[in-house]
Design a protein around this ligand. Structure first.
Ligand code: BDP
Length: 597
């Protein structure tokens, strides 16, 4: 899915601003034709922290705004695009329903050419944010009174971050010509010093030809094609890598009778990524991922797009010596991805499939949603050189159903022993789907099951989350690290190939100190991260270390989440370094011999 752009053939405006919102707790409203009054709400931003009494509101809300069609747009095809609405959106324009979309964090667009008026357009969005077992990610699993286990919390989600909701990324209005380029897929290969850029285009024009041109680093390659594909060869190409995030601008033009009728430009990077035995190779050279899991999370805006925060987080990651992150636990904004291309970060791009379980009710629905998200994520992010791997799930509960029955409350019946098989079947299908959509990038699945994780059979890179010395071996970092070192070796014997420790960390209250180190103190986090990294660095097949988390973040309230926060950040929620940030900075900069930024 192409990001809208303004050029000689296309235009885009952003409908961000102050909209109106009307909460509908009984879910009984019929406001497609609009409502009177309501409260003022900023778009994009989650509603939870904007309005005093709506932090814990997880029901239906109606948004509305008005707009006029910009001058000169008539005659073009006109679309409205939502970059992210969490969770379920139904959209009306001038009283008519124009479509709906399930799932936060991924974009969707509707063609409104035949419905849009020159003036006084009324755009209404019904957002249903309720948490439910048959949604992805799931929620309300412990709904039965008294049921509790571990992360049992309020609001009741199957994941450890606050389920912020609303219109969280920009809403765009854009045009394309009547006959237009609708998709571009770029794949790059390397031959010695040269780069090959293969482009595949989907368009809606009859009897059209394509012109491709590539600019940058001294190159001015062009190619014409009467089919939907083309290849450009760049001699002595400047390849993309974290050290040198070289980008070229690819321009695709659609021509009819020699006239350019549409054009679309995108920044691309020439690079390859592959798994070779236990190694992960970028441009044929082994790479090691140093970085974090993170969250789109900040006071007041919640999960709302905040461009300054994106710049800040990249500053922090460069300062500390990171070269990578995982989009835990949902695809991040398109702006975040665009900057990663420019700044040279290697991203594990993850779908919103966090905390999945495989019992009834809702297994079929969840499986279908996971596939939808894989399609939408790959469709959105396939052209980013920064995206080096797809993650199809975080910590799915693939273990034996008996073990999980109590976890997921007595409300839901375990369907015999089908749940483990259901998990295996679901991930077999999802991995096949991801590979068929993008055969060029390795796949991973992030598990907490360890060597019993059967779904790892379907992926190329083994990703494990572990907190030994925290949730177990509490207070005993040495014991935790020793056990983990052994476990990693066992996992590697069962599942050879590159291994990433995708999460490890400790909750750390800034300013709380203890010597000798004690849990929750800054010293404990320093010691824990140092010992984990030192241990991993002795194992050549460990190709990645992602600390949990870059920053403290908001989550549901529960006994293990003081004040409703997860404190595993090496930076605070307002982006100040804890002691561990300085230690990790020393280690990582030494390791990469990179200049201290
Ligand atoms: C892992 C989850 C992550 C949590 C983390 C934690 O993947 O979302 O926030 O544990 O407990 O299980 O801090």
């Amino acid at each position: 899915m192409l990001y809208p752009q303004t050029n000689a053939k296309r235009q885009m405006i952003d409908l961000s601003g102050f909209w109106n919102i009307h909460f509908d707790p009984d879910n009984s409203g019929r406001f497609g034709a609009g409502f009177d009054g309501g409260e003022i709400i900023a778009v994009p931003a989650s509603w939870n922290d904007q309005l005093n009494d709506r932090r814990d509101y997880f029901g239906t809300a109606w948004y509305q705004t008005t707009f006029s069609l910009p001058w000169g747009w008539r005659g073009q095809r006109i679309f409205v695009r939502f970059n992210s609405v969490n969770y379920l959106a139904d959209v009306w324009l001038n009283g008519e329903q124009i479509g709906s979309h399930e799932g936060g964090h991924l974009p969707f667009a509707f063609d409104i050419t035949d419905r849009v008026q020159d003036e006084g357009n009324l755009l209404v969005v019904r957002v249903d944010s309720s948490l439910a077992p048959d949604r992805v990610p799931p929620g309300n699993l412990n709904a039965q009174p008294g049921a509790s286990f571990g992360l049992a919390s309020f609001p009741d989600s199957s994941f450890d971050f606050f389920p912020f909701c609303g219109i969280q990324r920009p809403v765009l209005l854009y045009t394309t010509p009547q006959s237009a380029i609708t998709d571009v897929t770029v794949t790059t290969t390397i031959d010695g010093k040269d780069g090959m850029v293969a482009v595949r285009v989907v368009h809606t024009a009859d009897a059209a030809t394509l012109r491709f041109s590539l600019q940058g680093h001294g190159a001015t390659e062009t190619a014409e094609s009467s089919t939907n594909t083309g290849t450009l060869t760049v001699k002595n190409a400047a390849f993309w890598s974290p050290q040198s995030p070289n980008l070229y601008t690819l321009k695709v033009e659609l021509l009819q009778s020699g006239q350019v009728i549409d054009s679309y430009a995108l920044d691309i990077g020439i690079r390859t990524i592959e798994v070779d035995g236990d190694r992960l190779l970028l441009n044929g050279e082994p790479v090691k991922l140093l970085g974090f899991g993170r969250h789109e999370d900040f006071p007041v805006v919640g999960k709302g797009l905040l461009p300054a925060l994106i710049v800040k987080d990249y500053e922090l990651m460069r300062w500390i010596g990171a070269n990578s992150f995982r989009t835990t636990h949902y695809p991040y904004s398109e702006q975040m991805m665009q900057l990663a291309d420019r700044l040279g970060f290697m991203i594990i791009d993850e779908t919103p499939a966090v905390g999945l379980f495989f019992m009834e009710p809702g297994q079929e629905r969840r499986n279908a949603l996971c596939k939808q998200y894989i399609r939408e994520m790959i469709d959105r992010d396939k052209n980013h050189p920064s995206v080096i791997m797809w993650s199809i799930a975080n910590e799915p509960h693939t273990a034996k159903p008996e073990a999980r029955q109590t976890y997921y409350s007595q409300n839901y019946t375990v369907v015999d022993h089908a749940s483990r098989e259901a998990a295996v079947q679901a991930f077999r299908e999802q991995a096949e789907l991801a590979r068929s959509l993008d055969p060029t990038r390795p796949l991973t699945l992030v598990s907490h099951e360890g060597a019993t994780e059967e779904a790892w059979r379907f992926v190329d890179v083994i990703s494990l989350n572990r907190y030994l010395g925290w949730y177990s071996e509490s207070g005993r970092i040495d014991a935790g690290v020793e056990r983990l070192s052994h476990e990693i070796d066992v996992v590697h014997q069962h599942f050879p190939g590159p291994f990433i420790l995708t999460e490890f960390g400790t909750d750390t209250i800034p300013g709380h100190h203890a010597e000798p180190p004690e849990m929750f103190s800054e010293e404990y986090q320093v010691e824990f991260l140092t010992q984990y990294i030192t241990m991993m660095n002795t194992k050549p097949f460990v190709v990645g270390q992602h600390i949990w988390n870059l920053c403290d973040f908001k989550t549901s309230q529960g006994v293990i989440r003081m004040g409703g926060y997860n404190y595993k950040g090496v930076f605070t929620r307002d982006r100040r370094p804890k002691m561990a940030a300085h230690r990790v900075r020393d280690i990582w900069h030494k390791e990469t011999q990179s200049e201290v930024y």
